[in-house]
Design a protein around this ligand. Structure first.
Ligand SMILES: Cc1cc2nc3c(=O)[nH]c(=O)nc-3n(C[C@H](O)[C@H](O)[C@H](O)COP(=O)(O)O)c2cc1C
Length: 332
C-alpha cells in the first residue's frame, strides 16, 4: 500500500512528516475476489513518480498519540488469516450482490444511487423540530445490518460494531436510549456489559426480526449533546448514535492491528448512514468529537469489552446560506 500511494519513498519525506497508509478501497461494478496484488505494485515500481511530500503548516498541535497508535496497530503479518469472529454465528449474506450500473455521463435519476452519492453532504445544523416516521427509521436500521448487502459485503470479517441510539424524534417510537445488536451472538455480552437496570424491551411496532432494544425511555437530547462535545447536531436531529465496538475480545483474538478494522467497520456504517439519510430526504453528519468515557458511563460500561469509536446524527438540516455547493465533477 505504501508503494501504491508513494509513501515508501524516503527521499521525498526527508524534510516532511511521514504519512501512514491506512486503507485501500477498490470500487468496482463486479465483485473482486481478493485484493489486486503484484501487477499494480509492479506497474507503480516501474513508473516515474512525480511530486514531493509537503510539510504541515507551522503551529499545528502535535498529536503524538496518533503516531503511537499507528505504530501499535500496524499489521505485522503474524496474525492468522482465519475468519474474524466477533459474532458467534457465521455471516451469510442474504442479499444477492448485483453489479450496479451508475454510468458516468448518464442522467442522475432523482433518488437514484448516483444522485444520492453526489448530493451527499454533512448537515451543519439540524432544525430541532422535524420527525422521522417509524417505518423509515426501521428501514434505515435494516440497511445498517451486516446482511443487507453493499457496502457491508466489502468487509471480510464478522461484524463487531453495534449501535447505541439516542432517539429524539421518531413518530411512533418512544424517545430514549436504544441498542441495535448487529449480530445475535453479541446480545448476551452486551447485556452483561451495560447497566443492570436497563429494560432491553422490544419496542412495539418494530418488526420482530430487527434486533432493536429499548434500554431506557428518556428524553436524551441533553445527554446526547453533552456526549458529542456539546454539539447541537447530536440533539436536534431525529436520532444520533454511538458505535460500540466489540473491543477487548476482537483485539485479543485478532491482534492489535484489528483496531483499524474496527474503525473501518464504523466508517462503513457511517457512509451507509450518510446515504440513507439523503435517501430519506434528510441529512446526516459524522461525529468524531465525543467523550468516550462519558458514553461508557451513561451506558454503564466499566471496562473495554465494548468501546465507543464513532458517533453519527441524522435529522432535517438547516441550510447555512453562507455556504455554496458546486458540482464536484465536470460531467455533473
Ligand atoms: C469521521 C468523521 C468525523 C466527523 N466529526 C464531525 C464532528 O464531530 N462535528 C461536525 O460538525 N462534523 C463532523 N464531521 C463532518 C465533517 O466536518 C464533514 O464531513 C467535512 O466537513 C466534509 O464535508 P461533507 O461531509 O459535507 O463533504 C465528521 C465527518 C467524519 C467523516
Amino acid at each position: 500500500m505504501s508503494t501504491l500511494l508513494g509513501l515508501d519513498r524516503d527521499a521525498d519525506f526527508a524534510d516532511a512528516e511521514r504519512e501512514e497508509p491506512a486503507c485501500l478501497a477498490v470500487v468496482s461494478p463486479v465483485a473482486f475476489k481478493g485484493a489486486p496484488r503484484g501487477g499494480l505494485r509492479d506497474a507503480v515500481l516501474a513508473g516515474a513518480w512525480t511530486g514531493r511530500a509537503n510539510r504541515l503548516s507551522p503551529g499545528h498541535v502535535q498529536w503524538d498519540r496518533i503516531d503511537a497508535v499507528a505504530e501499535a496497530s500496524r499489521h505485522t503479518g503474524s496474525t492468522t488469516s482465519a475468519p474474524i469472529r466477533c459474532a458467534s454465528v457465521p455471516l451469510t449474506p442474504s442479499v444477492e450482490v448485483r453489479p450496479v450500473s451508475t454510468g458516468t455521463g448518464g442522467p442522475n435519476k432523482p433518488g437514484g444511487a448516483t444522485s444520492l452519492i453526489l448530493q451527499r453532504r454533512s448537515a451543519q445544523a439540524m432544525d430541532g423540530r422535524s420527525s422521522l416516521d417509524r417505518d423509515r427509521f426501521v428501514f434505515i436500521l435494516r440497511r445498517l445490518m451486516p446482511e443487507s448487502g453493499p457496502p457491508f459485503d466489502a468487509l471480510d470479517w464478522d461484524p463487531c460494531v453495534h449501535l447505541a441510539l439516542f432517539v429524539h424524534r421518531v413518530n411512533g417510537l418512544e424517545p430514549g436510549i436504544y441498542v441495535l445488536v448487529r449480530t445475535p451472538g453479541a446480545l448476551t455480552r452486551l447485556q452483561a456489559s451495560l447497566h443492570r437496570d436497563f429494560g432491553w424491551i422490544r419496542p412495539a411496532g418494530v418488526p420482530e426480526d430487527l434486533p432493536l432494544y429499548l434500554l431506557a425511555p428518556v428524553d436524551c437530547r441533553r445527554i446526547a449533546r453533552q456526549l458529542s462535545c456539546g454539539q447541537d447536531i447530536a440533539a436536534d436531529g431525529f436520532f444520533s448514535l454511538g458505535m460500540l465496538a466489540d473491543f477487548d475480545r476482537s483485539l485479543e483474538e485478532r491482534g492489535a492491528s484489528f483496531y483499524r478494522n474496527l474503525y473501518w467497520e464504523a466508517g462503513v456504517i457511517g457512509q451507509a448512514l450518510y446515504l440513507e439519510a439523503e435517501a430519506a430526504a434528510a441529512r446526516g453528519t459524522g461525529i468524531g468529537c465525543f467523550f468516550d468515557d462519558g458514553v461508557h458511563e451513561t451506558l454503564g460500561i466499566s471496562d473495554h469489552r465494548f468501546q465507543s469509536l464513532y458517533h453519527f446524527t441524522v435529522g432535517m438540516p438547516v441550510d447555512d446560506a453562507r455556504l455554496t455547493t458546486s458540482p464536484g465533477y465536470s460531467w455533473q
